[in-house]
Design a protein around this ligand. Structure first.
Ligand code: ZN
Length: 315
């Protein structure tokens, strides 16, 4: 197969969600509290469906299982990555995710969750929680029990274009007024540490998972610094944010034309801004803001034409 595989997202309503996924990307969202667009997902809690070519109508998880050749026979039982766009109209809960080892022992059949965020846009004073100040697990528990959130949590101001690498075990929260593209391991396991004492749609406070959260949290916090590498190729700028054991994430800013090679098992592409075409084997496919697609294994050289900004990841 030598053409891009276009996908349609699924959506998740959240108490912190808003309407930006519709106003900015024109998605057909289920309500005015839509928090998450699961753009490229083989996870059972919200699957992408193929909307182009010979596999049109198939779920990504079926494609993964039945056509390993499209993914370079990449060794993983399930589709390993999950690409989301998050509209944080309000603060997300302060949370932490397990690594593969904890996920396997504490949850059935889940991967760990290392994630990373590209800040697409945000309000002027938007901030995130990124790490904490406790030095030991005992201190962490004490500060949680005493509601010392201002002393415990480390807050960072964010700006459009910022990138954060959030390994499993990192205590974190996306703050209100932030639009994020998230690249993560395909997992839906979250342990809530603090939820601002909010109540859910049923009038009840959302569940916290303090015991598991403390068990998986990295203490003391370690910030893994990422140094973006920027290079210019043809009429494009390629920024590499991170290359690690779970994923590599890049931004391709195309200012007219660039020819590239698909040299990975597969690549996941999200169009954040602009429009143009992707040309493969003399056939040009129109692409525009809000679309998501996979470049399968052994797709030939391809040419991007137009003015656009893309986030690209691969295992
Ligand atoms: Zn998270």
């Amino acid at each position: 197969m030598n053409e891009p595989i276009f996908l349609t997202p699924s959506f998740q309503e959240r108490i912190w969600g808003g309407t930006k996924l519709k106003s900015i990307y024109q998605y057909d969202i289920p309500s005015a509290q839509t928090g998450e667009c699961w753009a490229i997902s083989g996870h059972e809690n919200g699957e992408s469906t193929v909307i182009s070519g010979e596999y049109s109508g198939e779920k990504l998880s079926d494609l993964w299982e039945n056509h390993p050749e499209l993914f370079g026979f990449y060794h993983s039982e399930k589709f390993p990555l999950l690409i989301k766009i998050l509209d944080a109209n309000y603060d997300l809960s302060v949370q932490v995710h397990p690594d593969d080892f904890f996920a396997k022992s504490l949850e059935s059949d889940e991967l760990g969750k290392t994630e990373c965020w590209y800040i697409i846009d945000c309000e002027e004073d938007a901030e995130i929680v990124f790490g904490h100040h406790a030095q030991t697990k005992t201190e962490l528990v004490t500060m949680i029990e005493n509601n010392q959130w201002d002393d415990l949590l480390h807050r960072v101001k964010v700006h459009p274009g910022d990138f954060f690498y959030v390994p499993s075990g990192t205590v974190h929260a996306i703050g209100k007024g932030t639009l994020v593209l998230e690249t993560q391991q395909s997992s839906d396991t979250t342990y809530r540490v603090y939820d601002y004492n909010r109540t859910g749609p049923d009038g009840e406070r959302r569940e916290l998972h303090l015991e598991k959260a403390v068990a998986v949290a990295t203490v003391p916090h370690i910030t893994k610094k990422v140094e973006p590498k920027i290079c210019r190729v043809d009429e494009a700028t390629i920024t590499t944010f991170v290359e690690d054991q779970y994923f590599s994430v890049h931004k391709w800013e195309v200012h007219n034309r660039i020819e590239l090679v698909q040299d990975q098992p597969f690549m996941l592409v999200s169009v954040l801004e602009g429009n143009g075409t992707i040309q493969v084997n003399h056939k040009a496919y129109p692409i525009k803001k809000g679309q998501h697609f996979i470049l399968p294994y052994r797709m030939e050289n391809f040419i991007l034409n137009g003015f656009m900004s893309l986030i690209v990841s691969h295992p």
